[in-house]
Design a protein around this ligand. Sequence first.
Ligand SMILES: Cc1ncc(COP(=O)(O)O)c(C=O)c1O
Length: 380
Amino acid sequence: MTDLPGLPATKPARPYFSSGPCAKPPGWSPEKLDTAVLGRSHRSKLGKTRLQYAIDLMRELLKLPETHRIGIVPGSDTGAFEMAMWTMLGAKPVTTLAWESFGEGWVTDAVKQLKIDPTVIRADYGHLPDLAAVDWSNDVLFTWNGTTSGVRVPDANWIPDDREGLSFADATSGVFAYEIDWTKIDVATFSWQKVLGGEGGHGVLILGPRAVERLESYTPAWPLPKVFRLVSKGKLTEGVFKGETINTPSMLAVEDAILALEWAKSVGGADGLIARSDANAAALGKIVAERPWLGHLATDEASRSRTSVCLTVEGADEAFVKAFAALLEKADAAYDIAGYRDAPAGLRIWCGATVDTADIEALGPWLDWAYATVRAQLAA
Ligand SMILES: Cc1ncc(COP(=O)(O)O)c(C=O)c1O
């Protein structure tokens, strides 16, 4: 017990390291929200103006080309991705890629709900499947950044320009953290609750021209609930991409997203966000490199996440991780850093743009303290 380290001197100023909902932007406070639209109809002139403004800011920050539409839909990222699956799949054979829990969720949807018998290409936690083996005559579903294993696709170069099928990217913890070559993307989805530090509840759906062509030329065999319907009389419902949402959105969540997007612009837009995330991941990488008992679950650096960084802890099982994370939470040093329930036991530390690098740096000694303390507790 004598070599138990004392409490570290400095705590992370904002101990928010959850992988979703993620830390609010630095300086965020509810007083900063513009509340003029609250209590008003989302279809009022003001309501539509604010929704359109949120869309315009996202387009600008994502550097989305004019070829691609972007709209706000119900159901957070899950709603947006399932809306895409339910409206567009079934026209062609489908390949689903899965290397962690969320990608596996889309496999379940395709196999058990839509029953479209997809080709499934899997890899274990910590690894990517062979992206070169993908047959692009199929529609292909993948997760840009696997939030529960900390493995991402390194880029979009593996997606051919002349693909026959459509590319569907669940990009919820990838957008605003990596450069995305939109020419390779037919469908992408995300939620404000991740890299922007916004709220859940709404999803964002991005459609390239080939996805719109699919929507207008193909009617799936299964029924579509109203919240999934993007086509009326054979034509895309363009209003969805101009702030005319399918049903009532939370304007409070919309205002919160606007605040986050304006903050994002103030730190240099997409490039600024990516730089912040890179700096956070590098700071955490240094902490890992300096500690023999910590390791990266994602073995290949090129496909290692710079947002949801997943770590192995020597000798730790689920109970150890639970005690470790609870100790740090109680000390207000780090919230929500236990790995995802389906992932191998370990830690997951969000390094997205809304986290400050100084807070990641301050975490190192706290991890040491928690590791020594839990080991001593378990040995006692
Ligand atoms: C890769 C990925 N896909 C989907 C989801 C589900 O997102 P939501 O809860 O916003 O629907 C998450 C949430 O953590 C995720 O990380």
